[in-house]
Design a protein around this ligand. Structure first.
Ligand code: SOE
Length: 403
């Protein structure tokens, strides 16, 4: 069995989730190649060595450039903050390594374009790249997409996508890296709004053509991290960031709310909030068509809600389909019907699809081109918010002339 020796760059919350995926996938799926957890890389030698021990990586290192130059590394898995995605991913692809990069793809459209171009050049050499929108790989989400593709809801008119958390409601939550534009690129918009955008485009097969939105920062200043520059806050948010005494400025959004119009003409509403008090990790989507509707809620992630408008009138109503049958996506590798999967399984499904793409020579999805499409929506929402919420084209980020 061919080995795929993996180097993971970064080791925070996503480092834990990805490690679980690399470790579990080969034990559950019959993969065409054997991933080997070769080395985990981080700046703090002691902390990354502890992470290697905890998550069963063979080695730890502190210099990502040195690691991606090694002949005994085949795959580079990037789980760092967004400000290093482009540099690491492009260097790794040009070094002939397959790449898995966490979402959002980058912090800017320019970076995402450079990454997508590097991925296209690499694919011509049989080197693959994927971006980590793992919610696509919740079986219920892939199943919902398949039902839509089969015409279960008919012509799509309306999509609602929402991702709400509440870990920033406390004004004393420190100034973590996710709250600093130079590291995170944006706030709720790029961190969780990116998931909602990718989900809407993935399950419908439609792309957004223009958006109109507003983003806002509720708490403008937060306490700097006292001395320690690492740790984990609620909802897995890394607490590494600006250390020191006193307060620092928050330079990203806390809430993003926007409307989208797909190329098909269908309309969508989106919200991404870190101030939705009581909502811990509430990702929801509902797709409404002329024949019916489908809905998914991450808080009930083993099922979809289906409304069939073609059923006899006295039989119509949203019904819950439990997505745990062997016929459902990914499920046959796990447990018998009704035994339920969790958040972490999507990371094993991600490894499965990436390894199969690498060995099969097919570009795995979501590709860097898919990630660039999301990045352009994020950028257009920011441009719209700067422009009094004017309708703004996704491809160019240019306001649509008032009709
Ligand atoms: C923090 O908002 C976070 O960890 C996101 O970065 C992840 O992408 C999301 O899946 C869970 O919440």
């Amino acid at each position: 069995m061919k080995a795929l020796r993996v180097a993971m760059i970064g080791y925070g919350f996503m480092g834990a989730a990805h490690s679980q995926g690399w470790r579990t996938a080969p034990r559950v799926f019959d993969l065409p190649a054997e991933p080997e957890m070769a080395v985990v890389v981080g700046r703090n030698a002691e902390a990354v060595a502890a992470a290697a021990d905890k998550w069963d990586w063979a080695e730890s290192a502190t210099d990502w450039r040195e690691v991606i130059a090694r002949d005994d590394i085949d795959v580079v898995d990037i789980v760092t903050p967004g400000d290093s995605h482009a540099e690491i991913a492009i260097a790794a692809l040009e070094a002939g390594k397959h790449v898995l990069c966490e979402k959002p793809l980058a912090n800017t459209v320019a970076e995402a374009e450079a990454m997508a171009e590097a991925a296209e050049r690499a694919a011509a050499r049989g080197i693959q790249a994927m971006v980590g929108f793992t919610y696509r790989r919740v079986p219920a989400v892939t199943f919902l997409r398949n039902l839509i593709a089969e015409g279960a809801v008919g012509t799509i008119n309306h999509v609602r996508a929402s991702y709400r958390q509440d870990w920033l409601v406390d004004p004393e939550m420190p100034l973590a890296w996710r709250l600093q534009k130079e590291h995170a690129g944006s706030g709720a918009l790029g961190d969780i709004g990116a998931h909602a955008i990718d989900l809407a485009q993935f399950v419908t097969g439609l792309n957004l053509a223009k958006v109109s939105g507003v983003i806002d920062t509720i708490v403008k200043e937060r306490p700097l991290l006292k001395g320690s520059t690492s740790g984990t806050g609620p909802s897995g948010t890394g607490l590494s960031g600006a250390a020191g005494t006193g307060y620092g400025q928050v330079t990203v959004d806390d809430i993003a709310i926007f409307t989208g119009r797909f190329e098909s003409g269908a309309l969508a509403s989106f919200e991404a909030s870190r101030f939705a008090t009581g909502r811990k990790n509430a990702l929801q989507i509902e797709v409404s068509g002329d024949k019916g509707a489908l809905a998914f809620d991450l808080e009930d992630l083993n099922s979809v809600q289906f409304y069939d408008r073609t059923a006899p009138a006295d039989r119509q109503g949203f019904r819950k389909i439990l997505v745990t049958e062997a016929e459902h996506p990914y499920v046959s590798a796990w447990w018998p019907a009704g035994h339920m999967l969790g958040y972490e399984h999507g990371f094993s499904h991600q490894v499965k699809d990436l390894v199969e793409g690498i060995v099969g020579g097919a570009v795995p999805h979501p590709s860097f081109a898919d990630g660039l499409r999301v990045q352009r929506v994020l950028d257009a929402v920011e441009r719209s918010s700067e422009n009094d919420s004017a309708w703004t084209r996704v491809a160019s980020g240019v306001p649509v002339p008032a009709s």
